[in-house]
Design a protein around this ligand. Structure first.
Ligand code: PLP
Length: 385
């Protein structure tokens, strides 16, 4: 019979995917469901980006690309970061950058520290790569952020990576420059610990954004910055992300990619190059639109009894606590299942992000969808009271 590899122990389809699929199924059955569960901007890919992709396809950019990415795109990324070409690689989404890094570096028993709540995939990726995830609870009282003391306490001789994500999915927390500097001070003392700084939401920060290496250049030789076009440019389907880090790491990651997917899609790389080098005014417009949605969503949630939420400083998620509505064996998973099955609104339980007692609502949706979804959540909570 079929036997899964041992390193897949505990691995299942992501709960975010399962909820979205369940919502789609209910809708196919004729139920009216509002989906607020996916982290995907509803904006279109900019026209000038699509034009560049068409031109690339017609212009013959249809052959195997270099494994680490097209030189022109890598050069644009390197310039953006003030780094060398050998310190940049392009992958099929930021997700593959993360997977490459973990597969290239983790041996059994190696530990990866991740503050919770974290993006669902982090823990599973570490496990697939044979490492051990070390989850450090960063509750709402701490602003969902890792403190220097908690970091210090989590580090062991086996720690290989700290995975940071600012702005954060799912909490929207953004580390300030001084908060990064305080973490860097701890990391200065532990040279075995490398840093993954997932900055995929950097352009969607509503407060001043601080990049990890800009604040802690002394750690650049053991830091991997992860970014891409998916979120800021609304290009989730093009699947282009990149990693910026020390050349030996980039080389090892390129070797991994070379034996899995090879270089990323040529047409998508041309599109990403156009996005990166094009007019960035659109990023400001979109950020302003998301910020207005954030204010709308937070105001609505704040008015609901039993929920409490922190205003997100970045990304397009809120992560309210529903702990006051739980208890008696009722989990955040039960709460979200009831919202989906009875109220017809899809959100994701906090347990999927390593911090139960919350749920994640994405506001990367139209105001009409947000208003309807929030009205349903409000009505569902009221009938429970
Ligand atoms: N990192 C974080 C924190 C994310 O939320 C996501 C997407 O949801 C990714 C990485 C993956 O981005 P991409 O679509 O470029 O693979």
């Amino acid at each position: 019979g079929f036997r899964r590899a041992g390193r897949l122990t505990g691995l299942d389809l992501s709960e975010i995917v399962r909820i979205s699929e369940r919502a789609a199924l209910l809708r196919a059955e004729g139920r009216d469901v509002v989906t607020l569960s996916t982290g995907e901007p509803d904006f279109p890919t900019p026209d000038f980006v699509i034009d560049a992709a068409l031109a690339a396809a017609r212009g013959g950019q249809t052959r195997y690309p270099p494994t680490a990415g097209n030189a022109d795109l890598r050069a644009a990324i390197a310039e953006d970061h003030g780094r060398q070409l050998a310190e940049v690689m392009v992958s099929t989404g930021a997700k593959q950058v993360l997977a490459n890094a973990l597969l290239a570096t983790l041996d059994p028993g190696d530990e990866v520290i991740m503050p919770t709540p974290f993006w669902t995939s982090y823990a599973d990726m570490v496990r697939i790569a044979g490492g051990t995830d070390v989850q450090v609870a960063c509750p709402m009282e701490d602003g969902f952020k890792l403190s220097p003391a908690a970091l210090e306490a989590a580090i062991t001789p086996r720690t290989r990576w700290l995975m940071l994500n600012s702005p954060s999915n799912p909490s929207g927390a953004v580390y300030s420059a001084s908060e990064i500097a305080a973490l860097a001070e701890v990391l200065d003392r532990h040279p075995q610990v490398w840093i993954i700084s997932d900055e995929i939401y950097a352009h969607l920060s509503y407060v001043r954004f601080a990049s990890f290496t800009a604040v802690a250049p002394q750690l650049a030789h053991r830091t991997l910055i992860v970014n891409g076009v998916s979120k800021a440019w609304a290009m989730t389907g093009w699947r282009i992300g990149w990693g910026v880090g020390p050349a030996p790491l980039i080389k090892a990651m390129t070797a991994v990619q070379g034996q899995s997917t090879s270089g990323a899609c040529t047409v998508a790389q041309a599109a990403a190059l156009a996005a990166l080098t094009g007019d960035r005014a659109l990023l400001d417009d979109r950020r302003a639109a998301f910020r207005a949605r954030r204010d709308r969503v937070v105001a609505a949630l704040d008015a609901m009894p039993g929920l409490s939420c922190l205003e997100p400083d970045g990304a397009f998620y809120v992560f309210p606590s529903c702990a006051a509505l739980l208890g008696d064996g009722r989990s955040d998973g039960d709460f979200c299942a009831a919202l989906l099955e009875q109220a017809g609104v899809a959100v994701v339980p906090g347990r999927a992000f390593g911090l139960p007692g919350h749920f994640r609502l994405s506001f990367a949706y139209s105001e009409a969808e947000l208003d309807e979804g929030l009205a349903r959540i409000g009505a569902a909570i009221e009938t429970e009271q």
